[in-house]
Ligand binder design. Structure first.
Ligand SMILES: NC(=O)c1ccc[n+]([C@@H]2O[C@H](COP(=O)([O-])OP(=O)(O)OC[C@H]3O[C@@H](n4cnc5c(N)ncnc54)[C@H](O)[C@@H]3O)[C@@H](O)[C@H]2O)c1
Length: 262
């Protein structure tokens, strides 16, 4: 039985992932931390059978519950300190929270090895999205003309999405940079041909109704290949979170990306 402490348990991700963990036979939530909803029962908040009260002191919660793994789903301002607390207590930690910089990762890597406490940083828990990127990188070896359409909800602030940017980087490793489309093409409306990364075009759609979708379209002689992933709800992250929790104890130092254990 893997004993899990969920940090940021009262947040949108924390509640959804806690319910997912509670449904598993090989893991159990032994503690939950957050700075809001302190003193409330996590099970009542997320509608699952979890008899754990939310606490607001991570250090104290670790000492009392002695978790095997900490899952951090907090926010970019506090994530580094949370990871340091986990590592100093020699507890392996899965980090779903965004915001750790390359410098942070380098610093944490040293601490992680010194304390023998692995840190697994997972920017995207959606297994389907990881597979989409892997398959797209493979397809680019044989079909190097490719465009990406990524579709997200209309509150998203950055474009293209992190997943689209990562997909382009992976594709670029398997494809020579080249101009796509007609050399003398003209845009009648600026931006119609999308953004450009080494000749790969990317188009960002922002509309209510979408959660997170991406289509990678490869064009070849007489054929078109489309690889598409849709995150329909937050539950899409649960299988990836469970996989990360099961794998983190066997890792060394700082490891990034779910693909490293798939
Ligand atoms: N890796 C992925 O696949 C993935 C997917 C979705 C979201 N995220 C990331 O997960 C994080 C959480 O997202 P969310 O939508 O649940 O946000 P949220 O704001 O709903 O939840 C964050 C929670 O952290 C709590 N918190 C803040 N400071 C804290 C502290 N010092 N100690 C304990 N708890 C603290 C907040 O009170 C809140 O309940 C964000 O960084 C988000 O970008 C990652």
């Amino acid at each position: 039985m893997i004993k899990v402490l969920v940090n940021g348990a009262a947040g949108k991700m924390g509640l959804a992932m806690s319910a997912g963990i509670a449904a598993e036979k090989d893991m159990q939530i032994v503690a939950a931390c957050d700075v809001r909803n302190t003193g409330r029962c996590l099970g009542e908040l997320c509608g699952a059978d979890i008899k754990v009260v939310i606490e607001n002191d991570l250090q104290k919660a670790i000492e009392i519950s002695e978790p095997d793994v900490i899952l951090d789903l907090t926010n970019p301002q506090v994530v580094k300190q949370n990871v340091i607390t986990a590592v100093r207590n020699k507890v392996p930690v899965v980090v779903g929270t965004t915001g750790l910089t390359d410098d942070d990762k380098a610093e944490l890597a040293v601490m992680s090895l010194e304390n023998n406490a692995p840190v697994f940083i997972v920017p995207n828990f959606a297994i389907g999205a990881i597979l989409m990127m892997r398959f797209a990188a493979e397809a680019a070896k044989y079909m190097p003309d490719v465009e990406i359409i990524e579709m997200h909800h209309n509150q998203k602030l950055d474009a293209p999405s992190g997943t689209a940017a990562m997909t382009m980087e992976l594709i670029a490793q398997n494809r020579e940079p080249h101009i796509q489309g007609a050399v003398n093409e003209k845009e009648k409306i600026a931006g119609s041909r999308g953004g450009d990364y080494e000749g790969i075009k990317v188009h960002s759609v922002r509309l209510p109704g979408f959660v997170a979708s991406q289509e990678v379209i490869f064009g070849g002689t007489g054929q078109v290949l489309k690889i598409r992933h849709d995150s329909i709800s937050r539950e899409s992250f649960i299988p990836g979170v469970l996989l990360a929790i099961r794998k983190v104890q066997s890792l060394n130092g700082v490891v990034c990306g779910l693909d490293s254990v798939m």
